[in-house]
Every structure is written in C-alpha cells, then in structure tokens.
Ligand binder design. Structure first.
Ligand SMILES: *Cc1c(COP(=O)(O)O)cnc(C)c1O
Length: 320
C-alpha cells in the first residue's frame, strides 16, 4: 500500500490565537491544539501511521513498551485496525494510565523497573507473536507521520495572522520524535530559518545535555514530574538536526511547568500534562530567545495523563 492509501486515525487540529498569552508576551501567541487529538496527544499522528504501515505489511499484533501516550496511541490504532495490541509497561506506570490503555482493548503487562526493561521484553513479545514493535520516538515513519501538523499550520497561518511564517516555534522534547517531525515539516513548507525553541524540564534534560556535549548523552536517571519527557537518551536524529536548523534548547523547572498547566486550564479550559506545560512555561518566561519574535507558535502537545486530581498532586509536589 502507498502512504496515502494507509488509514489514519488523527484529526486536523485547530491553530488558535491565545489572547491571554499574547497580551502577556507582547506578541501574538498561536496554539497548535494537539491536545484535541482522539487520544489526547499528537502521538496518534506518527504512531497511527507506523501502526497502519506495520499491519499493511502483515503484522498480526502491535507491541508497545510505552506506559504513556505512545502506548495509548498504539492501543487506539490497533483497535481501529482490528489487530490485537500488547503494551508492556514498567512498574512505574500509574494505574490510571494502564486503565485508559486497557479501555482501548489492549492487553497491559508489567515488566521490569524502567522503560528499558519493558522495551527489551516488548521486543521478545513481538518476536514470539509475529508482532511489530512500535518505537515511541525513534523511527522515520513516526517522524513522517508527525510532520503534516506543520503543513496544517502553514495553511492556517496566512488567514489567521496575515503572515506566511511564524517568528518562532516552541516545542517540548522527550525522545525528540515530535521535534524531528516538526523540523521535517518546517523544511517541507520552507520555514528553514524559523528558530525552534526545544523545551525540557530540568530533571529530564537529555537533549540539552547532548547538545552541550556534541554527542548523545544518556542520563543516569529522570528526576522530573514531566515523566512523558523522561527519555534518558534522545534519538540521534534530533541531535543531527542541530547542524541543519537554528534550534535553541531551553530548560524550565517542574514548578514552572505545573504553573503553566494550571494557567492553561484557567485561561483555555484545557488540561495538559507537565510535558506540555513545559512548552507553555517557556512562553510565560520567554527570556532572550523569544525577543522580537512574532507570531510565536506553541505546540500544545497535550497528554492523556492529566486530570484535576493529578494536577492537584503535582502542585503539592512542587509547592506554591
Ligand atoms: C510523547 C510526548 C512528548 C515528547 O515527545 P517526544 O517525541 O518523545 O519528544 C511531549 N508531550 C506529550 C504530551 C507527549 O505525549
């Protein structure tokens, strides 16, 4: 099957101007609302594409090692493709997320203390069951599936703000799959000199560490509330892009990310994970990087692991 003939499971999301954030920044802030995807995050774009491809190529089962939004996206795509899904999650995966993944019809099995353990086991399960192992961020088809979100923005921008290109794009970085997809999309639409602000929380800063070292760095541990950004090593492609595109790494505190989640809920009536709050926080505290940039696009990556109870718990952990 050709790429265009593959089924897709995502929706075209709106690009909205945020009046409160624009007023605070002193420049127009536009929100790409990936929180409105069927599974609550952009993950369904790239993983939906990867799952459809794998099934078209004969996979009899889909296997994921993510107890987060990637696992949920695979579960959702598998249900819609009519194939069984196994999600192998580490002990740290919260029960609420396991329940959401199970509700999509997937089988959730616990293995090991960390994602690395679960990932190794998921590879074995795929081998034993004629299944396909879906990587959450390090796969060209996942990047290619994320990229069209930029094409949507390029279509919407002229009528929204009368500009052909933004002044900057702000995006959260976990393993770097979203970042790479966005960079691919930006080069497709000719935004080759528009700076990208790549945001991580202090305790999950594997991309910042790799940029500083000029080589891939593996963190010993993730110490952040933004567990969704907790890839100990980013994909090599994310580091390679620093040679081809202006990318600025930004770090924000867990507290700033949680503040931004609360503020986003109050101002826009949408709940997002701290992983997404991180990108929003980089606009609330713009520093030098956004000076003179207009309009600024923030990728509101979303996240299904957000609820009023969880938000209250994060607030407790970071303090006022
Ligand atoms: C996966 C995810 C991220 C990070 O994306 P990467 O491709 O791993 O960099 C950020 N926010 C949310 C809500 C996610 O689901």
């Amino acid at each position: 099957m050709t790429e265009t003939a593959l089924p897709s499971f995502h929706v075209r999301t709106p690009l909205l101007e945020s009046h409160p954030m624009s007023a605070a920044l002193g420049a127009r802030v536009l929100l790409k609302m990936e929180a409105f995807q069927p599974v609550g995050s952009f993950k369904i774009r790239g993983l939906g594409r990867a799952c459809a491809r794998a099934v078209a190529d004969g996979a009899k089962r889909l296997v994921s090692s993510s107890g987060g939004n990637a696992g949920l996206a695979v579960a959702h795509a598998g249900r819609r493709l009519g194939v069984p899904v196994s999600v192998i999650v580490p002990r740290t995966t919260p029960e609420a997320m396991r329940a959401v993944i199970r509700a999509e019809g997937a089988e959730v099995t616990e293995h090991g203390a960390s994602w690395d353990d679960a990932h190794a086991r998921a590879g074995e399960v795929a081998g034993e069951t004629d299944g396909a192992l879906m990587h959450p961020f390090d796969d060209p088809i996942v990047w290619a599936g994320h990229a069209p979100l930029v094409e949507e923005m390029a279509e919407d921008l002229p009528s929204l703000v009368g500009a052909e290109r933004p002044g900057a794009v702000v995006v959260s970085v976990g393993g770097g799959g979203l970042l790479v997809g966005i960079l691919e999309g930006m080069h497709r639409v000719g935004w080759t000199s528009v700076p990208v602000i790549a945001v991580e929380t202090d305790g999950a800063a594997s991309y910042a560490a790799s940029i500083a070292a000029g080589a891939l760095v593996t963190l010993d541990a993730i110490e952040s509330i933004a567990t969704t950004l907790g890839a100990r090593t980013v994909c090599a492609e994310a580091l390679r892009w620093t040679e081809r595109h202006p990318i600025e790494s930004r770090l924000v505190s867990d507290r700033a990310a949680v503040d931004a989640c609360e503020r986003f809920a109050a101002e826009h009536r949408v709940l997002v994970e701290p992983s997404c709050g991180a990108a929003l926080a980089a606009v609330h505290d713009p520093g030098e990087s956004l000076a003179g940039r207009d309009p600024v696009i923030v990728i509101v990556c979303g996240g299904a692991g957000a609820s009023p109870e969880l938000l209250a718990g994060w607030r407790k952990r970071v303090g006022r």
